[in-house]
Design a binder for this molecule. Structure first.
Ligand code: NAD
Length: 239
């Protein structure tokens, strides 16, 4: 594949906030057309909004037929949960798995044909919680571990069809999701800084810039990988 074969149309879920919104800005500033999928339209007028819940199979199936060829699909829609395992309700478990895992699969399933047409790349957002154990995050961690497995399996299945699939797993990043956890006292900033060798929250702009590059032809050999963007969190042993 030549760099020029990749279509410059991106579909980004969760584009209304946080990492998804920043990815949309990054692709837009590089001249891409961006289709944003979220529960409600976000503020950016440059994004073409599709109002959809990523857990709604039928709605995604209907939307898929009108999509242009896609050079990138970025699955950023996600929800968090910080509850002890024995305090987790069935409704919470089902919601976390539905949005974070099933949502990634449903979007992948229904955009695949257009990704193939656009010589595209699918990026699923995982988490450091997908490979490491945390307290009070059993449902969230399980959903993110499964996303990493989903990407590997899709990458293997779709490689010969010209579609790359990656997971990008950020560490603690300054977004509404993290700031809510800090506000509610469910996460302490001191704990984050102590366990992150770079001793800082990551910024959405650096995550989005990396995703943009990883989706480019520069990384044509990269598929199936879980790329950790975590300030060293995953490598830290405690020493
Ligand atoms: P965020 O809350 O700022 O944004 C999430 C977006 O997803 C929102 O716009 C929300 O409306 C949308 N969304 C939620 N449920 C949806 C649904 N069912 N259908 C469609 N859209 C839906 O969160 P964020 O921090 O930017 O997180 C984005 C992704 O990155 C998530 O998958 C999250 O798990 C992951 N992540 C975040 C961090 C972090 O530190 N912020 C770290 C690792 C991974």
């Amino acid at each position: 594949m030549n760099a020029s074969d990749q279509t410059t149309n991106a579909l980004i879920t969760g584009a209304g906030s946080g990492i998804g919104a920043e990815c949309a800005s990054r692709f837009l500033s590089a001249g891409w057309r961006v289709i944003g999928v979220d529960l409600s339209p976000g503020v950016s007028r440059e994004i073409e909004w599709l109002q959809a819940d990523v857990t709604d199979w039928d709605r995604l199936a209907r939307l898929a037929s009108d999509l242009p060829p896609l050079g990138a699909v970025i699955n950023c829609a996600g929800v968090g949960l910080r509850e002890p395992a024995i305090g987790t309700s069935k409704a919470d478990w089902d919601r976390i798995i539905a949005v974070n895992l099933s949502g990634c699969f449903y979007v992948a399933r229904w955009t695949f044909a257009r990704l193939r047409d656009g010589h595209g790349v699918l990026v699923n957002i995982g988490s450091i919680n997908g490979t490491g154990g945390f307290k009070n995050r059993a449902a969230y961690g399980a959903s993110k571990a499964a996303v990493i497995a989903l990407s590997k399996n899709l990458a293997v299945e779709w490689a010969e069809l010209g579609v790359r699939v990656l997971t990008v797993s950020p560490g603690f990043t300054r977004t509404a999701l993290v700031e809510q956890g800090l506000r509610e006292g469910k996460t302490a900033i001191e704990d984050i800084l102590r366990h992150t060798p770079q001793a800082r929250l990551l910024e959405t702009a650096e995550i989005a810039a990396a995703i943009y590059r990883l989706a480019s032809h520069d990384f044509s050999a990269l598929t199936g990988s879980n790329v950790l963007l975590d300030g060293g969190f995953d490598s830290f042993t405690g020493f």
